[in-house]
Design a protein around this ligand. Structure first.
Ligand code: ADP
Length: 452
């Protein structure tokens, strides 16, 4: 059993991992930048160590600083959280070269899934249905136009190295292709240092359905059903739920078994998410994330399992603590992402929190690193909290979300949050019936949804 784990992250996800460590009797080490010296994860961990200045490139992304922090503190394993170094294969290689354990998959599996073209090819080989599209990278705009004609417009040009919704452009007709192709490449170059792009059929009204999978690295794989993350702005999720309101038990078993078998065949270790677009009863693979997701708590709520604990167990070579047959869905859960952003433009607005009160009561979980007097720094992601509610069914979960949002207080000097967005969404019939797809939120915002 690991005695000490270093958490190479900050904010609510660092707290999430510290909590799992504490319940398992494992010591935790927080790392922080100079801007985060007063952060909650530093206060809550058993030990902490400063790893550099505010910019993440010099601290949370600094491989030498993090490896040295393990050596100084005697940590045996690293949990990367999500974002930062969580999907960096080179980092995993270095961690292992230093005889430290990485709480996540192998460098090889991260590499395989990090490149989206390789990921799609792997998925196809493993029997997972994929979005129709180009056979690999598309090197010229002429080739892009030919693919557009072959598949039929609209199509989407996507960065091979993509992530976080960047490097993606839709071409509605051949006239758009020139600009979509060059813009996607330029964005990809700027964001990822790699301008390779590929093309997919653009689905017009799909839902984003993702399957949570887990492998023990020894040939066993399970799935924990789906999450529906269709409510997105600029390809970024804002509201997630499990189970998906449109997915039948038969569909869940069909796609879940395909994913679990693929994970088993790969010999995959740890948590993973296989993402699909879902339209007219068909699933189309888009990518696999080889880490814990922001929205993992909705899955934890309906299955009653601690996914971070399982990550730690399998990283130590222990078996998963459940089998597929043990996993049964109990009720419905919803997560909303609370960002320090000013509506209606979602402009980041960091600053000092003057008053913070977290909601509580039955079926309410607030994952946040806020406290009264905390200064939200301007250097990092604007996510400041996740409110997760669980009910016996979706109707109860929605009522609970409304009640919990009403209890939540986040006041700050110049700080605003996305909370009003969720109050407004809860007034919408489509949210109550579950009748939405990946374009619903943007259309609603464009139509002045926030003004109502
Ligand atoms: P990223 O890694 O940047 O998050 P993804 O490939 O996961 O990129 O896609 C993110 C989102 O972009 C999807 O959830 C969906 O809303 C949209 N999207 C991606 N591919 C397509 C497609 N072929 N058709 C329609 N929408 C798409």
């Amino acid at each position: 059993m690991f005695k000490k784990i270093l958490i190479a992250n900050r904010g609510e996800i660092a707290l999430r991992v510290i909590r799992a460590c504490r319940e398992m009797g494992i010591q935790s080490v927080a790392v922080h930048s100079t801007a985060d010296a007063d952060a909650m994860h530093v206060r809550m961990a058993d030990e902490s160590i400063c790893i550099g200045p505010a910019p993440s490139a010099d601290s949370y992304l600094s491989l030498p600083a993090i490896i040295s922090a393990c050596e100084v503190t005697g940590a045996e394993a690293i949990h990367p959280g999500y974002g930062f170094l969580s999907e960096n294969a080179q980092f995993v290689q270095i961690v292992e070269d230093h005889d430290l354990a990485f709480i996540g998959p192998t460098a090889e599996h991260i590499r395989q899934m990090g490149d989206k073209i390789t990921a799609k090819d792997t998925a196809k080989e493993l029997g997972i249905p994929v979005v129709p599209g180009s056979d690999g990278g598309v090197a010229t705009v002429e080739e892009a136009k030919k693919i557009g004609r072959d598949f039929g417009y609209p199509v989407i040009v996507k960065a091979t190295a993509g992530g976080g919704g960047r490097g993606m452009k839709v071409a509605a007709t051949e006239d758009d292709m020139e600009s979509a192709y060059h813009t996607a490449r330029a964005e990809a170059k700027a964001a990822f240092g790699n301008d390779e792009v590929y093309i997919e059929k653009y689905l017009q009204r799909p839902r984003h359905i993702e399957i949570q999978v887990f492998g023990d690295g020894q040939g066993n794989g399970v799935h924990l059903g789906e999450r529906d993350c269709s409510l997105q702005r600029r390809h970024q999720k804002v509201f997630e739920e499990a189970p998906g309101p449109s997915i039948t038990p038969q569909e869940r078993k069909y796609i879940g078994d395909i994913c679990a078998n693929a994970i088993a065949k790969m010999g995959y270790r740890g948590a993973g998410t296989v993402e699909f677009l879902y339209e007219d009863g068909e699933f189309y693979f888009i990518e696999m994330n080889t880490r814990l997701q922001v929205e993992h708590p909705v899955t934890e709520a309906i299955f009653g399992v601690d996914l971070v604990r399982e990550q730690i167990r399998v990283a130590e070579g222990m078996p998963l603590s459940f089998t597929q047959d043990d996993l049964e869905i109990n009720g419905a859960a919803i997560e909303v992402r609370i960002n320090a952003e000013r509506l209606p433009n979602f402009a980041p607005c960091p600053g000092e929190i003057t008053q913070y009160h977290a909601p509580g009561g039955l079926g309410v979980r607030m994952d946040s690193a806020l406290y009264s007097g905390y200064k939200v720094p301007p250097y990092y992601d604007s996510l400041i909290g996740k409110l997760i509610v669980h009910g016996r069914d979706r109707t109860e979960a929605l009522a609970r979300l409304q009640r919990a949002l009403g209890e939540l207080i986040i006041d700050g000097k110049g700080v605003e949050t996305t909370v009003p967005l969720f109050h407004a969404l809860l007034q919408e019939k489509d949210i109550h019936t579950g009748d939405y797809n990946i374009h619903w939120l943007e259309k609603w915002l464009d139509a002045g949804g926030l003004d109502g």
